[in-house]
Ligand binder design. Structure first.
Ligand SMILES: C[S@@+](CC[C@H](N)C(=O)[O-])C[C@H]1O[C@@H](n2cnc3c(N)ncnc32)[C@H](O)[C@@H]1O
Ligand SMILES: [Zn+2]
Length: 278
């Protein structure tokens, strides 16, 4: 089953020991135990998911948007940035489509899709046999062993940079996709959706410089006609889905504007868990 893809990579959220996968639970040597859901994902949250976690309807809308091809350019940019990674972690993975693309077609590559939403985890568990789906909070220590993954992906997702640096191998790579201020600006203005702060990219660079060196960045900006159905799903897949509106969503010409940044970890010094300061 897909969860086996995480075999040897997972760490117990309580004590950090290796977590063994022995269905219907995952166990560490100290006896901490976590449920493997019937739907094939491992829940390491240790409590209920937050009230604002993505719902099944939001995940389904996101899946339709990805399937429509709107974000194919971004899927390609992310896959190119991750190329060569054999073990890939995606945080805030949602449907895990970006992770699947990044794994390419090598049957020996494996991925872990991490998300705080159980609805997303259910979907990610079905994405690919090479993908293990795990429910966890990116703001807590990641449930992965030190230096265990070649690539970390964060696509429109929260970023715990210190933890990304800890779980990446010395030759690993962090791939971050961010929307630029012009991204879907027409839709945001028309429907009163949240905007994107202009200084967000600079803040990412400054924060990342504590743990990483930036090695590449690729931007894609293009105009596109969005159908009524696509606009409905673009709204329904985001935080605005929580604010119900009976307003009909109609299509529009808008801009997709995204950048993919690639970072390499600063050199490790000494045993896992320690790091040279820049
Ligand atoms: C904007 S969506 C992006 C999903 C996917 N990467 C994509 O681009 O299609 C953000 C994702 O991050 C997840 N997320 C939000 N907060 C999180 C947290 N603290 N820990 C883990 N995942 C989180 C959400 O559930 C959601 O699936
Ligand atoms: Zn433990």
């Amino acid at each position: 089953m897909a969860l086996d893809a995480a075999s040897g990579l997972l760490a117990c959220p309580h004590c950090g020991d290796e977590l063994g996968l022995t269905s219907p639970a995952a166990l560490c040597d100290s006896g901490h135990s976590f449920d493997i859901a019937r739907q094939g994902y491992l829940n390491l949250l240790g409590g209920p998911q937050p009230a604002n976690a993505d719902t099944a309807a939001m995940v389904a809308a996101r899946g339709r948007v990805l399937k429509s091809g709107c974000f194919d350019v971004l899927l390609t940019l992310v896959a190119e940035a991750a190329r060569g990674g054999r073990t890939i972690l995606e945080v805030g993975a949602g449907t895990a489509d970006y992770l699947k693309g990044a794994l390419g077609d090598n049957p020996r590559h494996r991925g872990i899709a991490l998300d705080i939403s159980t609805a997303a985890a259910r979907r990610a568990a079905q994405a690919d046999v090479r993908i293990a789906s795990v429910v966890a909070d990116v703001w807590r220590p990641l449930p992965l062993r030190d230096r265990s993954v070649d690539v970390v992906l964060a696509v429109f997702a929260p970023r715990n940079l210190a933890e990304f640096a800890r779980v990446l191998t010395g030759e690993g790579r962090l791939v971050v996709a961010v929307p630029n201020p012009g991204h879907l600006a027409g839709l945001r203005a028309r429907d009163g959706l949240l905007g994107i702060e202009p200084e967000k990219e600079e803040r990412l660079r400054v924060a990342a410089s504590e743990f990483f060196t930036q090695v590449a960045s690729a931007r894609d900006r293009r105009r596109r006609d969005f159908s009524d159905a696509e606009v409905t799903d673009l709204v329904a897949m985001g935080p605005n889905a929580f604010h119900h509106s009976s307003r009909p969503r109609v299509g529009l010409l808008d801009t997709l504007d995204v950048t993919v940044h690639v970072f390499e970890p600063l050199p490790h010094d000494g045993p896992p868990g320690t790091r040279m300061t820049p």
